[in-house]
Design a protein around this ligand. Structure first.
Ligand code: T5A
Length: 229
């Protein structure tokens, strides 16, 4: 258990998007910029970040494992439910949580991609997160085929989800675009604010765009941080 610090609750900032758009890379840059600004920060990834979550991640990404779509959804949600206690502890301690994917990925992959019923998955997700919503979710926009082409996986070949059809990945990418519309966000208050970031360009250029977008929400957050080169 993390001891709560005096002061304010931390923020949860989520990086989302389709395969290989640069979420993990940008989570690192964002966390580094926050540390430069003296903000305590942790990075969590989904699925994963807990002992149970990492075990579940191994199953979910193993290309040799056959998993039915509802079972896949329950596995992602189980990993998330386990992680929520850590996230709440960090936020109560005043730590900013940078999440490499969160529940918009379930909306995009399991609802739009796999075609599972939206109402059932959204209700089950609420059970997993206990009504929690992130303070800000950034969707990184990058061409879907280029993103898939970026992923090397250490020569192991595509994982179980990457090896899904091109149509599946197009549906996922289209869902992330829909999440950016005001109409969709009005209909889904449980997701909190969602903003898009153009993820084309160098790592440093994208990092500047991510930080600029976060600064629109919290103008003083990076005041003491040096500009990224
Ligand atoms: N999933 C997840 C669900 O189906 N439902 C859910 O509810 C959840 C939570 C997770 C899988 O699970 C699915 C989605 C995924 O299929 P994962 O390996 O974590 O698996 O998948 P990704 O999140 O897609 O992870 P990646 O790490 O592969 O992609 P990223 O994080 O988007 O990209 P990143 O930063 O690793 O970069 C990929 C490569 O591009 C380079 C990097 O160096 C790296 O080599 N790169 C750049 N190159 C040039 N210019 C830039 N600006 C670059 N940025 C990064």
């Amino acid at each position: 258990m993390i001891r709560p610090a005096a002061g304010h609750r931390g923020r949860m900032i989520v990086l989302e998007g389709a395969e290989g758009v640069g979420k993990t890379t940008q989570a690192g840059h964002l966390a580094a910029a926050l540390r430069e600004a003296d903000a305590p920060v942790v990075i969590v990834r989904e699925p994963g970040a807990t002992w149970l979550g990492e075990k579940i991640r191994g199953l979910l990404l193993d290309a040799r494992v056959d998993i039915e779509p509802p079972a896949e959804a329950f596995l992602f949600l189980a990993a998330r439910a386990q992680l929520m206690s850590d996230i709440r502890d960090h936020l109560e301690a005043g730590t900013t949580v940078v999440a490499d994917r969160f529940f918009l990925s379930t909306y995009a992959y399991q609802i739009a991609g796999r075609g599972l019923p939206a109402d059932l998955i959204q209700s089950a997700n609420q059970l997993a997160v206990g009504g929690f919503k992130p303070d800000l979710t950034l969707v990184l926009n990058f061409p879907v085929h280029e993103g898939l082409g970026r992923k090397g996986n250490g020569g192991r070949g595509p994982d179980r989800i990457e090896q899904a059809s091109a149509a599946f990945h197009e549906s996922v990418a289209a869902a992330f675009q829909e999440f950016l519309t005001p109409e969709w966000q009005r209909a889904h208050p449980e997701c909190g604010p969602v903003a898009g970031v153009d993820a084309t360009g160098t790592e440093a250029a994208v990092a500047r765009k991510v930080i600029a977008t976060v600064t629109e929400w919290w103008p003083s957050l990076f005041e003491s941080a040096p500009l990224l080169g």
